[in-house]
Design a protein around this ligand. Structure first.
Ligand SMILES: Cc1cc2nc3c(=O)[nH]c(=O)nc-3n(C[C@H](O)[C@H](O)[C@H](O)COP(=O)(O)OP(=O)(O)OC[C@H]3O[C@@H](n4cnc5c(N)ncnc54)[C@H](O)[C@@H]3O)c2cc1C
Length: 267
């Protein structure tokens, strides 16, 4: 390797993890190489258009992964400088139900049972909650590659139904304090509720977990590989489980923390 090719740090990927750690290490003055699979995202109106981003999947990587039954599905991934934070990672409001949605999801008998409560009134008074459970870190939930490089995602999508039920019960218990009526917490149909299919793999995590014990983790608590001295992993794959909240801020905070450790070593 010539001098011109020497780098003190090589960062693969420029998302929440990679971009942040590069930012943290830049002031060290060390030579840092960023390797990024994607191009720069063109700055254009469609960046802010949810129809272009979500419905038409304009920026989605044109690739397919496989579920545990071998069925293809398009994953929610993008390859751009800045990673998925280019589109997501911001605070998202849960859209308010409107009467058309409620009508569309309602069972046939709904209008007949309560004719004095038309869908418009229901929508006007509705408060929408999104209850989000956690994908528990079972060893069977895993990503594997086949001989052709195809990505296979094995996931038990219902592995935390008990937790979700518990959360719903808790929410129901506090509705009275919020001036709402407990018995009016409706799931499915009248209340807009949808489970997400496996293609909604927006918060991929846990493929290179950190932990204290090399028997059940690949990284130590500073996100350094147990077996290698010069390999750190700071994208969301270090998460031991996805948690039930958005991951970007945690990934960024952790990359800053690990960046400090690496900067100390580079001094
Ligand atoms: C639809 C959707 C909605 C989301 N909403 C939210 C939200 O509201 N709040 C929130 O906190 N999070 C949200 N997220 C999740 C958040 O965007 C990700 O968790 C976060 O961006 C992950 O950061 P990362 O660094 O782990 O990976 P990424 O951001 O995916 O970065 C990985 C980087 O590596 C690059 N790369 C991939 N392969 C290679 C390769 N072989 N060589 C070189 N580079 C490579 C990619 O191009 C990319 O730049 C959402 C994600 C999606 C898809």
């Amino acid at each position: 390797m010539t001098d011109a090719q020497h780098y003190d740090v090589i960062v693969v990927g420029t998302g929440a993890g990679g971009g942040t750690i590069a930012h943290r290490l830049a002031p060290t003055g060390k030579r840092i190489l960023l390797l990024e699979r994607g191009d720069y995202l063109p700055r254009e109106r469609d960046n802010w258009d949810s129809t272009a981003v979500f419905v038409k999947g304009k920026y989605r990587a044109p690739e397919f992964w496989f579920d545990k039954h071998g069925n293809e599905f398009p994953p929610e991934v993008n390859y751009y400088v800045g990673g998925n934070t280019k589109f997501y990672g911001a605070a998202l409001l849960l859209g308010k139900s409107d009467s058309e949605q409620i009508h569309g999801e309602a069972p046939r008998w709904a209008g007949a049972v309560c004719p004095d409560m038309p869908f418009e009134v229901l929508a006007h008074h509705a408060v929408d909650f999104w209850l989000c459970g956690e994908d528990l870190p079972t060893p069977d939930n895993r990503v594997t590659l086949d001989r052709d490089g195809g990505i296979h995602l094995a996931l038990d999508e219902k592995n935390d139904i008990a937790g979700l039920n518990h959360l719903r019960h808790k929410l129901q218990g506090v509705l009275g304090h919020l001036g709402m009526q407990e018995e009016h917490l409706l799931s499915r149909s009248v209340y807009l509720h949808k489970g997400m299919p496996i293609g909604a793999t927006a918060h991929q995590a846990g493929t290179v977990r950190f932990g204290r014990d090399p028997a059940d983790s690949a990284l130590d608590v500073d996100c350094k590989a147990h077996d290698l001295d010069n390999l750190h992993v700071v994208d969301t794959s270090f998460f031991p489980s996805i948690g039930a909240v958005n991951p970007s801020l945690t990934a960024i905070a952790n990359a800053l923390r690990v960046g400090d450790r690496i900067a100390d070593r580079l001094r």
